[in-house]
Write a protein that binds this ligand. Structure first.
Ligand code: C2E
Ligand code: MG
Ligand code: MG
Length: 475
């Protein structure tokens, strides 16, 4: 009995020992696999899958570390943003897979020039970042990178030459905060791009930046995240019968301290940075959502969204718009994109490409603030435009200024001859509306009918609205 018991104990002990070794082995290998997985996840979170370069997040972290290190050693740090020119055309003509190949190849070239990936990142789309400390001649160094990008490259057996625009800043001289420095580099890059200057160092004269505006940009970035932006809508009235089949979305910022801030006070700032992309995307999505809630009388209502030059300059802008329409389940014909005449002229070739992409997607196009810029009529007649909006500076005072009335009448005739619908914005009085009715203007928009109103007020307003009460009969 005693011997049996001790045998049992021994077997039990051996069994437990074996079990322990087994469990240890399993837990060790699971642990190792987990650690490997964690490392892999971390790598993926910090790198761009296409080019295998560090991504924006890692670049940001490294820039912060580099700025600190630079400050400790008393050396300058340079941050540059590189944006490829006409990448969208390449993507569109050669297809996305080839566009991807191009990005991979250019990423590899930059890496080679910089002796490794540490100073480099793909910030997104066709944008790369470069971070270097203690460089004697940053401008020369970046020129060299630019030449490396421009060297002919073979994609799908096609020799291509790509150009790029560079903007850069130098810390601590021009700032010490990474977000601010990136914004300034972005402003410089945009200057380089719009003026075809190649490599440009940030200078105050390029932007509306000063300390308080910079703070505002940071606040605006946050405002988009926490939904402080709000959309107001202003109806567009059909002059012939007073009916409303369209509204324009106008953004405002419900600022926690300043109250309602108008777009003239923040759009230009947003346009100086990539913030305008997020703002426009937000406006687009919200508008398409709102459109579904404007009540039974609004089933065929179209909606206009204002878009900036910088949006048109982004690769894939038209695709983003089409995506937003698909996601919201809204027919493309219900969306008008308004671009100002000045926007068109920022880069007319580029605008023509994007507008025709949008047109192919079924979206309708409107030229805003017409009459203030210098569009050539030849150019205008080649664009797939549906609507011309006469700038309100001509409309509001046309009864007092004969020259303005003449301009308005001429634009109406011109627009009709080119096959566009003509809209007058800034209609404030019955006299102006009467004149517009007599001269055959198609659509009127202005305080005479109503000021822009919050989304939830539009449905009841539309229900109350009586066309025949407001539109004076034409003579
Ligand atoms: P816009 O697109 O030409 O819009 C018309 C502006 O005229 C609006 O000003 C509107 O409130 C105002 N308005 C309408 N009727 C009358 C009137 O009878 N009299 C007068 N004096 N003004 C009238 P708002 O909302 O302050 O917008 C100003 C500009 O800001 C817009 O001009 C547009 O260029 C820009 N904007 C507005 N929302 C957005 C947006 O979501 N994205 C972009 N990129 N720009 C926007
Ligand atoms: Mg507009
Ligand atoms: Mg306008």
């Amino acid at each position: 009995m005693g011997a049996g018991l001790s045998l049992l104990y021994r077997n039990l002990a051996v069994g437990l020992g074996v079990l322990y070794v087994l469990l240890f082995g399993i837990s060790y290998s699971v642990g190792r696999r987990l650690r490997r997985q964690v490392r892999l996840n971390q790598y993926m979170a910090e790198h761009d899958a296409l080019t295998d370069l560090p991504n924006r997040e890692l670049f940001h972290q490294r820039a912060e570390a580099e700025l600190q290190r630079g400050a400790g050693m008393g050396v300058a740090t340079m941050i540059a943003i590189i944006d490829l020119d006409r990448f969208k055309e390449i993507n569109d003509t050669l297809g996305h897979p080839n566009g991807d190949q191009l990005l991979i190849a250019l990423g590899a070239r930059l890496r080679e020039q910089l002796g490794g990936p540490d100073a480099l990142a793909r910030l997104g789309g066709d944008e790369f970042g470069v971070l270097l400390s203690d460089v004697d001649e940053p401008e020369l160094m970046l020129q060299q990178l630019r030449r490396a990008i421009e060297e002919e490259i073979n994609i799908d057996h096609l020799p291509l030459s790509v150009e790029a625009s560079f903007g850069y800043v130098v810390a601590p001289e021009q700032g010490t905060d990474v977000d601010t420095l990136m914004q300034l580099a972005d402003v410089a890059m945009y200057t380089a791009k719009s003026r075809h200057l190649g490599v440009v160092r940030y200078h105050e004269s390029q932007s509306h930046y000063n300390a308080s505006n910079l703070a505002l940009v940071a606040e605006l970035r946050h405002a988009i995240d926490v939904n402080e932006l709000v959309l107001y809508y202003q109806p567009k009235v059909r002059v012939s019968d007073g009916r409303i089949d369209a509204v324009e979305a106008l953004v405002r910022w419900q600022h926690p301290d300043k109250g309602l801030v108008y777009p003239d006070d923040f759009i230009a700032l947003a346009e100086q940075t990539d913030l305008i992309d997020r703002l426009t995307t937000w406006v687009m999505k919200r508008t398409l959502e709102d459109l579904k809630n404007f009540g039974p009388g609004a089933r065929d209502l179209t909606v206009s969204v204002n878009v900036s030059a910088r949006n048109l300059g982004r690769a894939g802008f038209a695709a983003t718009v089409v995506d937003a329409l698909n996601t919201a389940g809204v027919a493309p014909e219900r969306l008008f994109i308004e671009v100002t005449e000045t926007t068109l002229m920022t880069d007319p070739d580029r605008a023509a490409v994007v507008l025709s992409d949008l047109d192919r997607g079924g979206v309708r196009l409107s030229i805003d603030d017409f009459g203030t810029g210098q569009t050539s009529l030849g150019y205008l007649s080649t664009l797939p435009i549906h609507e011309l909006k006469i700038d309100r500076s001509f409309i509001t005072d046309m009864m007092e200024h004969a020259a303005h009335a003449t301009i308005v009448h001429s634009i109406i005739v011109l627009g009709h001859n080119l096959g566009f619908s003509v809209v007058a914005e800034g209609v404030e009085t019955a006299e102006v509306l009467f004149d517009l009715t007599a001269t055959g203007c198609d659509v009127a928009q202005g305080y005479f009918f109503t000021r822009p109103m919050p989304a939830d007020e539009l449905a009841p307003w539309l229900t109350r609205y009586k066309p025949l009460d407001t539109v004076p009969a034409s003579s």
